[in-house]
Design a protein. Sequence first.
Length: 413
Amino acid sequence: MNILHLTQSEGGGAGRAAMRLHLGLLQASINSTTLVTYKESDLQSVVTPAKQVGLYKILQSEICSGILKEFFGRTTTFSVNATPSFLLNQIENLRPDIINLHWISREFLKLEELQRLKTPLIWTLHDMWAFTGGCNYSGDCDRYTNTCGACPQLASSKESDLTRWVWNRKAKAWKNLNLTIVSPSTWLAERAKASSLFKDLRIEVIPNGLDTQKYQPFSQQVAREVLNLPQDKQLVLFGALNASQDKRKGFQLLLPALQSLSQTGWSDRLELVVFGASEPENPPDLGFKCHYLGQLKDNLSLALAYSSADVMVVPSYQEAFGQTASESMACGTPVVAFNATGLKDIVDHQQNGYLAKPYEVEDLAQGIVWILENTERHQKLRFYARKKAEKTFSLGIQASRYLSLYTEILANK
């Protein structure tokens, strides 16, 4: 069985998730190859386009992003996907039995080209783009359940706008494909099932995996020494790529929760740690001293950051899954999140974390207090957080579930 994964890069949330599945399959002795434009590892099983095609794809992605930013103020949060990939010959030469699509939206593989792929397709969703008119996340808009158009993200009042054009292209391109959808969370699977484009397709839920040997609890004292963090404070961790700028990640909801908390007896007991962003020139008043770790790209640094904290807060407004939450739990650090979207599948309320009422700032603050105020309870939460990660998110479990799906699809080919 030869599995080919297609994703733009090894980095970012989608790229990291795709690579973890790839590595899990390799560990299970499955022939797995990943084709990316941007390669970061030295794995021979990760391949890139021919040199001239690779250069074209990098320019293609940057030009298309520049056009979107110029006319709509959108870059990575919206994709038209309108240019040819020149990857079809290379894909065919890799002779896959199944092609597993991941994040292909940003001009990686033109959507009309899927009709020319002769093998069964599995699309692992990492956001909503595959079934919308171009946005990665729809926010409060549900126009993807019909035919898009009049897109609020593009400030459009026209029914026949850019999103309607993209939707129509997808409706034609997805027709008659041998396509199975995999969602990492129940919430995203429900959104896909409600969409006009995927409502008739088979949709399976398989959580994203991670290496629970790399993401495991380290000594909190040692972790803090390495990261130059205080030993005498309880630390609240918040992390995301461009954490304080990406509104979907919920920093604007965390901020008032922390400011409210600082007015209580916790003001001298807590400090904050943020990774994924460096300290801004004019940092906001968070109510507590804040340590900015910048972007942490290697597993060890991330595991140390999680292990250094007493609680992780993931206040996302919309999240396909929430890998920072599963990583934190694997390191034995309980998580506070809103009882919404993909995070509901990761955090079990008052068992390994706290699920606040969406999107109530005061309950988010209360969740932090509930986790930290009782030492005995906190130790139990840490224990069960690690157990949940081992039981649900290990690479072996994820690979086994995908392998069962691959085998079934090939048997029915």
